[in-house]
Design a protein around this ligand. Structure first.
Ligand SMILES: C[S@@+](CC[C@H](N)C(=O)[O-])C[C@H]1O[C@@H](n2cnc3c(N)ncnc32)[C@H](O)[C@@H]1O
Length: 345
């Protein structure tokens, strides 16, 4: 049970309301979320005395992108990377690197009705929809991510391909006719950011029809290799991994994907990697090294705040990775775990 949960109906709802209110603001005013989380905790304590939850007003800043009647307030998770503009551009660049390989593994078929959980900026959702020629439903908790995903879809003239709904991955806002009717449920780089990945995978299995497919992919942070290894990399990467654990997330969730499928009620059918490495001289080398630097940097303040690494050691290791990125004899290995299953007939 999370630190934000409590026993009673109205009190519980009031706590969630406070958490939603402040977490929505977190994206814009406090991308690292540290100051905000302190405020959230205080607000939750205050909310314990609230008797009723305020009605949502039209145009209210709370849940601005929820498009489903009867939307249920949910617990906003801590998202290590945040949604600041830098992080968004990193996520977009990562999508450019990985989407065609991921899409080949997902193998959506024309006509498939697809649910994409934790859709982020929606690039992969749109790529899937282009393959199915059918609108993909994306579930995403961050209103800021949804706003940017909508903006990017409109800029690409692809708004018709996607419908983004604000909601929690473990309790996606779906209508009765949608639940249990999707042909394919997909998620990428989300299970590592939730405290209860099994609840998310269960919700995905419940969303697909009997015989429908579920494809889940995520990191196993243990697989990173750089050679020649930049000084300080090991300590830096270790601190980054520890931050996941401190935040209640599993940095090694990639190795658990088949287990998650089975225990969520699916029949696993496939276990593989999506390659995500390169070497000097390869056009992907520079963007991969840049992604590595930016992904760790997005967690810099939290790593230092949690005393997982000193600021100087952090910055010096980042500098060493930059030097590594300019070598003509360097190699980097990383891969994303991907697993597939079916909902039994
Ligand atoms: C690393 S991004 C991946 C986005 C997209 N799946 C992709 O591969 O490009 C993770 C996304 O999951 C969202 N997210 C994290 N926890 C969530 C939750 N419990 N419910 C819904 N979305 C969540 C974050 O806001 C973020 O946009």
């Amino acid at each position: 049970m999370s630190a934000f949960s409590s026993a009673g109906g109205i009190t519980f709802a009031a706590e969630r309301w406070a958490l939603n209110t402040y977490s929505c603001h977190q994206d814009r005013r406090d991308p690292d979320g540290l100051a905000t989380r302190t405020r959230i905790s205080k607000q939750i304590l205050a909310a314990r005395d609230i008797e009723t939850v305020p009605e949502r007003q039209e145009g209210d800043a709370i849940w601005p992108n929820s498009r489903v009647p009867g939307f249920i307030p949910f617990e906003m998770p801590d998202y290590i990377h945040g949604t600041a503009p830098d992080e968004r551009s990193r996520l977009s660049a990562l999508n450019n690197l990985l989407n065609s390989r991921t899409l080949a593994e997902i193998a959506p078929k024309p006509g498939d009705h697809v649910l994409d959980i934790g859709s982020g900026l929606g690039q992969l959702s749109r790529a899937i929809a282009s393959a199915t020629q059918r609108t993909v439903i994306g579930i995403e908790y961050s209103p800021d991510q949804i706003a940017e995903a909508d903006r990017q879809a409109a800029a690409a003239n692809e708004s018709h391909l996607v419908e983004f709904r604000q909601g929690d991955a473990a309790n996606p806002p779906l209508s009765d006719s949608e639940r249990g009717a999707f042909d394919l449920a997909h998620t990428r780089f989300v299970l590592e950011h939730v405290k209860d990945p099994l609840a998310v995978v269960r919700a995905m299995v419940a969303a697909i029809r009997p015989g429908g497919r579920i494809v889940i992919s995520d990191d196993d942070h243990d697989v990173l290799r750089l050679h020649p290894e930049p000084p300080g990399l090991r300590e830096l990467w270790n601190a980054y991994i520890r931050l996941y654990e401190r935040s209640g997330m599993d940095p090694y969730v990639g190795r658990r994907l088949i287990w998650l499928l089975k225990h969520a009620g699916a029949q696993p059918t496939r276990n593989t990697w999506v390659w995500f490495g390169a070497c000097s001289g390869n056009p992907e080398f520079e963007p991969i090294v840049r992604n590595l630097i930016r992904v760790v940097q997005s967690a810099r303040e939290q790593i230092i705040q949690h005393e997982l690494l000193e600021a100087d050691a952090f910055d010096s290791a980042i500098e060493q990775i930059r030097v590594f990125g300019k070598r003509d004899d360097a190699a980097v290995w990383f891969a994303m775990a991907l697993a597939e299953g079916n909902r039994p007939l």
